[in-house]
Write a protein that binds this ligand. Structure first.
Ligand SMILES: *Cc1c(COP(=O)(O)O)cnc(C)c1O
Length: 441
């Protein structure tokens, strides 16, 4: 199935068929499951989503950074079709199958660090984070976990306790898990001007030493570029300084690369942008399997082996179709060209968004790396978050056939997560629509 790589506005948005489906949806789907753009998607390919009314959207969201390689990538489709006709389930811990091992060989070769590594696979990012907590606790014999302000780690009980924002993730869903400590993040746009990464790390370390105690900590979890928090890129030196402190104190350093990993930032992992940063464990999910549900914990062999047999797993984790898709994605990334494309996309986005910033004082910051770029909107002449402008821009883009996503602790960030399969032409067209929306504000 291919879809012409073209934006098409066939009806108003949402169209009549989507409106009907939305009525059916409201009757049977929990109100707790929200919708950003109420159009029902029928098919997708490359960078285009086609809805049931025949509208075609340029997708700058990729289902939150999942179909990094592009929608219905041919080799992913073939790998899944072949696998699903051969074997759909045994449960790897009952009787194994080869693609689970192959995807582990591929991913362990590319996560940061040159030490011996092992992996374990699950279904979702939150499940990977939960398992990294279990592994770190077992490996260290300690209980406490540190996370950072503006972090997002998932929607299960433990991971909602690790998120910064209570609303919407935790409100009314408590009691939350204990033994989770929130430390100050490096947020260059909002920190004191000139604060270095080392200084920001010292602030976090002092807090953790006083409030928790280094000897109590099993693990420090950090997104090397924060996703839901608004693509916050910590100041250079922040990650490495934290990592050195963890290593000196026997604390497992975990990079949550669920959103930032797998070529998203123009390297295999966002951690690779900070020289000398070698997290012990990395959590992966979103972009790893071209849209199939697959997540993993990958890292130092001796830490991964601390878990006892039977302690890790789950019925569907690393299912045959999901790992077959993972192999198809990682083999294509290994063949080359994708990191360069991701960096080119980052340059195009940054150049155009910075030009818009020069004419528009409500764009306070343009940041990110590779195909993971965001703008933070403020009230002109201040740093006061401007979430109304984000809402208006998101609406304008959606009405005009461009899918963009919001983000940020203050709901004042627009994030761009285009597929790497997008052409410059489509990306520029999407940015033209955004620019039109900015001019209308
Ligand atoms: C999305 C995300 C998660 C949670 O992943 P799910 O698959 O939605 O459970 C965890 N960490 C980060 C950094 C994420 O972006």
């Amino acid at each position: 199935m291919t879809v012409e790589q073209k934006r098409i506005l066939a009806t108003s948005i949402p169209g009549p068929i989507s409106i009907q489906m939305q009525e059916r949806r409201t009757k049977v789907i929990s109100a707790g499951v929200g919708t950003l753009l109420p159009v029902f998607i029928d098919t997708a390919h490359g960078a285009i989503l086609r809805d049931v009314d025949g509208n075609q959207f340029i997708d700058l969201g990729t289902g939150i950074g999942v179909v990094t390689i592009g929608h219905t990538n041919q080799r992913v489709v073939e790998a899944v079709q072949n696998q699903v006709a051969k074997l759909t389930h045994t449960l790897f811990t009952v009787a194994p199958y080869e693609p689970y091992v192959r995807v582990a060989e591929l991913i362990t070769a590319h996560t940061p660090g040159s030490f011996a590594k092992k992996a374990a696979f699950f279904n979702s990012g939150a499940e990977a984070v939960e398992n990294a907590v279990k592994i770190a606790r077992k490996a260290t014999g300690r209980t406490e976990i540190a996370v950072f302000d503006h972090a997002y780690h998932g929607r299960t009980n433990l991971t909602m306790s690790m998120n910064f924002k209570m609303h919407p993730y935790g409100t009314g869903f408590g009691p939350l898990a204990g033994s989770v400590h929130h430390a100050p993040m490096s947020y260059p746009y909002r920190d004191e001007p000139g604060m270095t990464g080392e200084e920001a790390a010292a602030r976090a370390i002092t807090y953790l030493e006083k409030r928790v105690g280094a000897t109590q900590l099993a693990a420090v979890f950090i997104e090397p570029i924060q996703g839901e928090g608004g693509f916050i890129v910590p100041a250079p030196g922040f990650l490495k300084t934290l990592d050195s402190w963890c290593k000196a104190n026997g604390i497992v350093m975990v990079a949550d690369e669920v959103q930032s990993g797998i070529a998203r930032t123009g390297k295999w992992f966002a951690s690779d942008w900070e020289e000398g940063f070698e997290p012990d464990l990395v959590t992966v999910a979103k972009g790893i399997a071209g849209g199939l549900p697959l997540s993993g914990v990958v890292g130092r062999a001796e830490i991964m082996d601390a878990a006892h047999a039977g302690g890790l797993g789950g019925t569907f984790g690393g299912s045959p179709t999901a790992v077959a898709a993972g192999v198809a994605v990682l083999e294509q990334l290994e063949e080359g060209g994708w990191m360069e494309r991701s960096q080119e996309i980052g340059e195009l986005l940054t150049t155009r968004l910075s030009a818009m910033q020069a004419n528009n004082p409500i764009i306070g910051d343009v940041r990110g790396r590779g195909a993971m770029i965001a703008i933070e909107l403020v009230e002109a002449g201040t740093k006061k978050p401007n979430s109304q402008a984000v809402d208006a821009l998101v609406r304008h883009c959606h009405q005009n056939g461009v899918l963009i996503l919001n983000a940020g602790t203050y709901n004042n960030v627009i994030r761009f997560l285009p597929p790497l399969a997008i052409s410059d032409e489509l990306l520029n067209e999407a940015l033209d629509v955004l620019e039109e929306g900015l001019a209308k504000l």
